[in-house]
Design a protein. Sequence first.
Length: 488
Amino acid sequence: MNNNQPVILASGSAIRAAILKHHEIAFSVIKPGADESVIKTQASASGMGLEETAMQLAEAKCMAVAKNQKGIVIGADQILEFRGEAYDKPVDMAEARARLSEMQGETHSLINATVAARDGEIVWRNLERPRLTIRSMTGAEIDAYFEEVGDGVLSSVGAYQVETPAGAGLFKRISGDWFTVQGIAIYPLLAELRRQGVFGEQWKNPKPTLAGVIGFPISHSLSPLIHNEWARRARIEGEYRAIEVASDYDAFATAMDELQAQGFAGANVTIPHKENALRYAYRASDAAKTIGAANMLTFGDNAYADNSDSAGFKDALWANAPGANIETAMVLGAGGAARGVVAALRDIGCKEIRITNRTREKAEALGKEFGLEVMDWSARLPGLDACDLLVNTTSLGMTGQPALEIDLADLRSNAIVYDIVYAPLETPLLRNARERGAATINGLEMLMHQARPGFAAWFGNRPYPVSPRVDDDLRELLVGTLKKRGAA
Ligand code: ATR
């Protein structure tokens, strides 16, 4: 993408190269010849702190290459700190096993230094310190982990590869940027590369991005928190606002024209405007057409409508129940949200989808369109015993709404119960399911995941992609907000 100046990564790390590539940076790799052990020995002899040591190592690796090279050279170093001690990469599997056994159930830090030199001089330094908590594990679980991943873990200081599903499964909590955890603080680096003119002069001072969410009412929306947090992390200037617009189409269309005139990149659209958004757009994605409603409008010459509810439902399902085999599912409700869920279930290859709704005709109409089996709406759901997944798409159970009275006696012990309601976070349905030992997924998961395509489209409108991630920090921010409102 960038051609203005050569960019060189002074690191032999495959994952660092993969992260730069993922962000569409054109670069070459030169492995630095710096002798890390000399610096480490000197640092520990002089009582130097670990942060300073990591910075010195990053600088040394960077300069070993930069002294002979024009352009931008990137160097990085990562030190694992556990109980005040620094840890190096394990030398063999026995040490890796001992390392993980010691760290299980505890929190450690990854001290990450990333630096950049320009024409032989360091021009930028960045230090981050993500914190990671490994869940408590038995010796047998640790053995099984190493059996699965093999000796690739020897290339990581923590004896884990967080980027693999098995590695990610080791953690109870990861606090800090995901890419930094893997070895390079990509977002601060991208901001610096932009300042250095690597992506072209026009990107040196990009215009702040404007986006928002349109609804009525809208003050309760958590979307501004999600997008503004992602923008802050990615060092992108801009703002995502909550905008209230009266429910009729004319008011909506006028408001959208105004946002476009103000230079908004796009907007999420929620109740009661999802059909209005589809009508307003010139073009629409297949997902929006299938669902018959849009929750995203991307402006530009021709407004484009999309629907990320289905993808959000699916992504949250896979994130919370990786590898689940969902052959039979039961959907409660037959409104707009149910359409998105049914489309997602079709998409993941769910063979049998059962639907039930207070107003049976609506379930029948949806059933005909998507080939679903319509069940009676009753507290004891017929056919629940065969379901791998039960999804509530109605507003029942939401704060201020009547309870959803469902008897879960027939629920399979390995079934997943998914409620798209997020206030309260644990609806009576989810509590009941949890108490029966079922896996549960709450509506906040879907809310976070459905936000990702909009963020990538509007804030990521840069010469490189940004990767908005759902993680523990984001979840905690939202749960904290719901708690303050008394909704969690
Ligand atoms: P959404 O776009 O969120 O799906 P919707 O299209 O208004 O909103 O659909 C709301 C769903 O919740 C419907 O399935 C509705 O059932 P009806 O089709 O019978 O109206 C369901 N729902 C809302 N209030 C309900 C209640 N008190 N009892 C049972 N179902 C209810």
